[in-house]
Design a protein around this ligand. Structure first.
Ligand SMILES: Nc1ncnc2c1ncn2[C@@H]1O[C@H](COP(=O)(O)OP(=O)(O)OP(=O)(O)O)[C@@H](O)[C@H]1O
Length: 315
């Protein structure tokens, strides 16, 4: 196995009765990487994360985690922590008691220094003595992350860790994950939020109906020569429209969207980057000022929609 790989999956297949939840999955995650799993509902993300955590075994294929081949009967290798379907917590105990209980179970160590440190890292120090019963979803997610941190994981596996987080909570969680990765730990997480994945991950795997439709660096998705939808606001919408219609590769979208119809100054365009560059040059030559030019959805989201729609259509 490649010494720098934290996860290596080959031909991973998992069935639930007649349902093929994972279909011949290939997955490579380098050590120290934050790797995002993204895909529509039912794509297989939670199933795959569950295999990494040792909660279930693949029916076919070979999975190596932290240099160890995972056998059907063996638990996940040492150094793996995380959760799927929300963290398991005791509602009647406080945040601190939950963590102290876990620490005692795992290491027979009831000292509080490590507990205080992880509570602080996830931004829950102020509510350490509050019962988990009263915690919001975002607070539970942060406490689940704190519990995983207690084990000093070399591979952290998280199913939608951003679920329910407010901006401050998200900042804490992103900071924790980035620090972990900088220290050499590996993080594999799923999310439905493209902006989170773009902020955190260097590589992503896109799943659709149990198959990998893309896996690799984020920049490869955005660099692909695909036409995206853009909003264009200029000093002269009429001239901009005429120029756009006369520029090869640029398609003017006649919007039926109420928001854009109200904003008559905004033109919706579909174009690859090269055609867009040509349009901007023409607008400048025509003395039309470009006040806003932005993709309607991010390149990752556009790629995600295109790839997953293709896969769904070919089923
Ligand atoms: N325990 C189970 N029993 C039967 N079918 C299951 C089970 N777990 C998952 N599945 C099926 O396997 C497929 C993949 O489900 P999974 O939960 O992994 O998807 P997901 O990408 O995590 O979806 P979501 O975004 O909705 O969380 C789905 O068709 C689901 O119905």
């Amino acid at each position: 196995m490649d010494a720098t790989a934290a996860v290596r999956g080959r031909g991973i297949t998992k069935y639930f009765g007649d349902v093929v939840a994972l279909d011949n999955i290939e997955l490579n995650v380098a050590q120290g990487q934050i790797h995002g799993l993204v895909g529509p509902n039912g794509a297989g993300k939670t199933t795959l994360l569950g295999l990494l955590l040792g909660l279930a075994a693949a029916d076919q294929g070979r999975l190596e985690i932290l240099g160890t081949a995972v056998a059907r009967t063996s638990p996940a290798p040492e150094g793996v922590a995380g959760f799927v379907d929300g963290p398991g917590l005791y509602p009647s105990l406080s945040a601190r008691q939950n963590l102290a209980a876990l620490a005692a179970l795992r290491t027979r160590d009831t000292r509080t220094a490590a507990v205080d440190d992880v509570l602080d890292q996830v931004g829950l120090a102020d509510v350490a003595e509050d019962k988990v019963r009263g915690f919001s979803l975002g607070m539970r997610q942060r406490l689940g992350l704190a519990a995983a941190l207690l084990t000093k994981p070399r591979l952290l596996v998280l199913d939608e860790p951003s679920n329910g987080l407010d901006p401050a909570g998200k900042k804490h969680v992103h900071g924790v994950l980035a620090r972990l990765a900088a220290q050499g730990a590996t993080v594999v997480l799923s999310s439905h939020r493209m902006d989170d994945l773009e902020a955190l991950c260097s590589e992503v795997t896109i799943l659709a109906t149990g198959r990998v439709v893309f896996s690799g660096p984020l920049h490869k998705l955005s660099a692909e020569n695909r036409a995206l939808d853009y909003r264009l606001r200029t000093s002269d919408p009429h001239a901009a429209r005429t120029t756009a219609l006369g520029t090869a590769g640029v398609h003017v979208i006649e919007s039926c969207d109420a928001v854009n119809r109200l904003d008559a100054e905004v033109l919706l365009l579909r174009a690859p980057v090269a055609a867009l560059d040509e349009l901007v040059a023409r607008l400048v030559r025509a003395d039309v000022a470009v006040r806003e030019l932005a993709p309607v959805v991010s390149p990752l989201e556009a790629a995600f929609l295109a790839l997953t729609e293709q896969q769904e259509a070919s089923r």
